[in-house]
Structure formats: C-alpha cells, structure tokens
Design a protein around this ligand. Sequence first.
Ligand code: FES
Length: 184
Amino acid sequence: MTDSVQSAAVAAVVEEPIDLDVVREIMSHFKPQDFQEAQELILAALQEVNERFGYVSIEAAEVVAEHLGTTATRVYGLLTFYADFRTKPRGKHFMLLCHGMSCYVMGSQRLVQELADTWGIADGETTADGELTVQVVNGCLGVCDRAPFCKIDGEYAGNLTTETLNATLRRVIAGSGSWKDAHH
Ligand code: FES
C-alpha cells in the first residue's frame, strides 16, 4: 500500500494544498452590504485567491461561496468560465505561449503541436512530472516583432522554433544555465 502511494506521488503533479484559513482571512476583507453586492464581489474574491496561490481549489471556492452567501456551484461556474483562473496548481515552471495573430502567422501552432508531441501537454496542462505548466494565450503578449513569442518564469523568448523551444524548456527545467543563453 505504501509503495503504491509513493509511486503514485512521484508521477503526480506536485500539489500544494491551499490554506483555507488564509482564504478566510482574505474573505474577511470582503464585506458586502447586500446580496447584489455579494454577487458582484465574487470575481474580485476569486482573483485575490488566485493571485495568492496561483489557483483556486474547489475547497477555496466553497469558502468564497459561504462568505458571500452564494452557492459553490455558482462560484465554481465563474471560476471555470474565465480563462484567467486556474483550478489546479501550476507545475514548477510556468509558460505563457502566445497564440495571438502575429504569433499564429509566424507558426505558434507548430509550437503548440510540439508541446503536445514532445511534452504531452495542451493548454492549461502540466507535465506528468509536475515540472511544466503551459497556458496558451490567444490575446497578444505585446511583442509581435519577436513572434512567435513566449514567457516562462518571468523571462521572455522570441523568434521561437520547435528546436529553440525544446532547448530552452530543457534548460529551464534542468535549472542549468540561464534561460537567455539559448537566445544569444
Ligand atoms: S501576437 Fe504574439 S506577441 Fe503579439
């Protein structure tokens, strides 16, 4: 039993449970005067929790619902409707891959395909080892002259090919050398 639990843990994404006391503390700053105002505060509350933890779990959504006097189903519906929110924790490294018009024209679809083929992940997914989460962004990241473009762990890389994408991801995940080394 212990063995199987351990091997499952190795393959699973590293999940950090959300401290619900912290969520309650965040919610204590939301003081709606009436039901209507409480409804309007749901998104702001979810944004705060998402910013603090990087995602909003079902349990955290329930705390938000309870505090604002609404149902967990309603809160969870909003949570899954808006692409900005995550309902699962991110992997160790986080990449935003631009799929806006310029990046699309310059071949971002090949990069999305490469992520699926080589890394086994699609938009919003995390590699089985918990190392990398990707989010494909349909809006422009604002650096079209370097399309196709991505951002990972706060660093940027442009003019990506499948080769430079893979090389950079390997380097970032291995933690050796700078992200920028691959692009100079
Ligand atoms: S469309 Fe990708 S950076 Fe502008």
